[in-house]
Design a binder for this molecule. Structure first.
Ligand SMILES: [Zn+2]
Length: 154
């Protein structure tokens, strides 16, 4: 690993720790030449299945795209970037668990729908309104009522 300050190749690890869910190792390193310190992050490269869209086209999993969508759904809500990151980590874990080479995008959408109320209720409703592509507002309201009913019931 090249030192970002002087490009020297030798360094020593002065601190190493795992993140909360133990998927990323953060290493503090000191350059053997200029002694500057820098940080590296190691994460396991994940093998993701291809997503199959409704029209049959395939597309690779795109973490960034999901984050942008969630940020939109969570606009002006009390949801931190870290919460969104954790949420997407969870979806990625499920994708990995699939094991197969392909998964329908609708399945991923269902996972998001299931997990989103735990992140933020308003975000869920916003996402649902887009995801389900409600034909009319009544359909949307039914969904909303059902959702709020379930929440009140527990
Ligand atoms: Zn250096």
């Amino acid at each position: 690993m090249k030192c970002p300050y002087c490009s020297h190749l030798d360094n020593r690890v002065i601190d190493s720790r795992l993140n909360k869910d133990k998927t990323i190792t953060r290493r503090r390193r000191a350059c053997a030449s200029c002694q500057q310190r820098f940080t590296t992050y190691e994460r396991i490269e994940m093998m993701m299945p291809m997503l199959v869209k409704k029209d049959g086209r395939r597309e690779p999993w795109d973490r960034g795209k999901m984050i942008v969508g969630l940020e939109k759904a969570c606009e002006k809500l009390a949801v931190s970037m870290a919460d969104i990151d954790t949420f997407v980590d969870d979806i990625e874990r499920r994708l990995q668990d699939v094991g197969g080479k392909e998964i329908p995008t609708t399945q991923v959408g269902e996972w998001v729908m299931e997990a989103l109320p735990g992140l933020d209720e308003v975000a869920y409703v916003r996402f649902a309104s887009v995801y389900r592509q409600f034909r009319d507002v009544n359909e949307f309201m039914d969904e909303l009522k059902q959702f709020l009913g379930e929440r009140n019931g527990d």
